[in-house]
Design a protein around this ligand. Structure first.
Ligand code: NAP
Ligand code: MG
Length: 493
């Protein structure tokens, strides 16, 4: 590491769990190593939480929920969120660095999230004083006043993936603080550091002990949390397969669950679109974060008259991106998160040509010098992809674009929707009627027109179909941490 000072957080010994406001080792004393995606070095040792640690974290969260935290006024929770936003901003360079060192997102991209993280914390702060029920007319034969109370759902188990650790932690903990819930957060094995540091900042911001607990560990830690009888809600972001397991585990105590799962999102280019404008956006819609983005527009449908031009230019754009070590500010494409993820991505890169797709660019690992230490993959473009190929159907979670030609509006909408997923979609055209019709007909939780990837905490994001249910962003995000009580009061006149 040359130009960045090592975060002091990494020098205070092995990282411990955050339970009931204290940093503690796992009861078993077990630890695991966090490996840098970019350099292969050990970044830190983290405590490996077992079921008994999950138990005490849930107990702390329950006690805090029923204790002093329940008496915090909305404006007090808001003040904590505002203070937390300030602390996160103060520490942001280090938090971005932790993400980059651990999961490998290029440092310039990690630093670029500062505004989004701030807007998110401000959004949750604003929401804290906006929670309200309704007064409802009723037709019961005697006089009764009826109204609703919105109440926090209770102890939340939050389980997050590694592809945006700080962002995911903020989007899970923010609504907890806004609504008066408490949380046990389980980061991904490959990216626990920024969530842990964020947890410490929660304490510094005045979050009482037990309200935010962080249990680092592996899949088993998440499994213990999702089956725990005293957890009221699970908020999950991750793969569809793990989501299905969590839904099953949650059935035992009928937990409320929200699921932000994977995708294979269509990005549709009509021949009348502004091609110059769409090339960078369509390319980065796949290659951003080395393709490790749930909403990536990995099925790029292009109308036949401009097909070859778009294929060539997306490939050219990808080939020109600078692949390099994550800590180099000039790097645009960093490594995949892990050897395991590389195995997965490379198997699809081999599969493409076997299925009959035409490899236009990339398709291989990039090595040499420092790049030998991580798993770097060249932005890859497959053309002449057919709908039934696995590279067009399955989520690869790597920098691999499948580009498919189409001839007709109805045809492309039908093909775009022929997937078990429904997270996002894009449409490129100058024709407003075509755009608006496509927006209505694409079955996905987010649709961008002449853009790709815009996100904001004020706007709901989430999945149709097997991409999940529940929304993050917008007020629906807050709603998902609340439940409604109908109240009846007998009145006499
Ligand atoms: P993953 O394997 O599903 O893991 C997600 C989280 O679940 C991790 O913390 C993981 O822990 C934990 N986990 C693993 N097994 C579990 C179990 N049996 N019970 C409970 N928790 C368990 O997903 P990933 O590989 O980290 O992330 C990639 C996936 O996430 C992609 O499919 C992507 O599309 C999806 N994603 C979706 C969104 C969205 O908003 N829709 C956002 C980002 C990512 P360990 O890591 O310790 O195993
Ligand atoms: Mg790692």
């Amino acid at each position: 590491m040359t130009q960045f000072a090592r975060p002091a957080f990494l020098d205070s010994g092995p990282k411990r769990l955050l339970i009931d406001g204290k940093l503690v080792d796992a009861l078993s004393g077990e630890r695991f190593q966090s490996i840098s995606a970019s350099t292969g070095e050990v970044v830190a040792e983290l405590a490996l939480a077992g079921p008994e640690d999950v138990d005490r974290a849930v107990a702390a969260a329950r006690a805090a929920f029923e204790g002093p935290w329940s008496r915090f006024k909305p404006a007090e929770r808001q003040a904590i969120l505002i203070r937390l936003a300030e602390l996160v901003d103060r520490e942001f360079d280090d938090l971005a660095l932790l993400d980059t060192m651990e999961m490998g997102r290029p440092i310039t991209a990690s630093r670029g999230l500062r505004g989004m993280i701030q807007r998110s914390l401000h959004h949750f702060a604003g929401a804290a004083t906006m929670i309200h029920g309704q007064t409802l007319g009723n037709s019961f034969p005697v006089e009764l006043l009826s109204y609703t109370l919105r109440e926090p759902v209770g102890v939340v188990g939050a389980i997050i993936p590694w592809n945006g650790p700080l962002f995911s932690a903020v989007w899970k903990v923010g609504p907890v603080l806004a609504t008066g819930c408490t949380v046990v957060l389980k980061p991904a094995e490959d990216a626990g550091l920024s969530p842990l540091r964020f947890g410490e900042l929660c304490l510094e911001a005045g979050v009482p002990p037990g309200v935010v607990n962080i249990v680092t560990g592996k899949g088993g830690t998440g499994a213990a949390l999702s089956a725990h009888p005293d957890v009221d809600k699970i908020a999950f972001t991750g793969s569809c397969e793990t989501g299905q397991r969590i839904i099953q585990a949650s059935a035992g105590s009928v937990k409320k669950v929200t699921m932000e799962l994977g995708g294979k999102s269509p990005n549709i280019v009509f021949a009348d679109a502004d091609i110059d404008a769409l090339i960078p956006s369509a390319a980065m819609g796949v290659f951003n974060n080395s393709g490790q983005v749930c909403a990536a527009g990995t099925r790029l449908f292009v109308e036949r008259p401009v097909y070859e031009e778009v294929v060539a230019r997306v490939a050219e754009f990808g080939a020109a991106l600078k692949i390099g070590p994550s800590l180099d500010p000039a790097t645009q494409i960093g490594p995949l998160v892990s050897a395991r993820q590389y195995e997965r991505v490379s198997s699809y890169m081999e599969l493409g040509p076997q299925e009959g797709a035409r490899l236009v660019s990339g398709g291989h690992r990039v090595t040499g010098g420092e790049l030998d230490k991580g798993h770097f993959v060249a932005p890859t473009v497959f053309a002449d992809v057919k709908d039934e190929m696995r590279i067009a159907r399955e989520e690869i979670f790597g920098p691999v674009a499948s580009i498919l030609p189409f001839d007709d509006f109805d045809e492309v909408i039908k093909r775009a929707n022929a997937t078990r997923f429904g997270l996002a979609g894009g449409v490129w055209t100058k024709n407003i009627d075509k755009a608006m019709t496509a927006v209505k007909r694409i079955r996905a939780g987010s649709v961008w027109v002449n853009h790709y990837f815009a996100m904001d905490p004020a706007v709901p994001f989430g999945g149709y179909k097997m991409s999940g249910f529940g929304r993050e962003g917008g007020f629906e995000h807050i709603d998902a941490y609340l439940q409604t009580k109908g109240v009846w009061i007998r009145t006499y006149s």
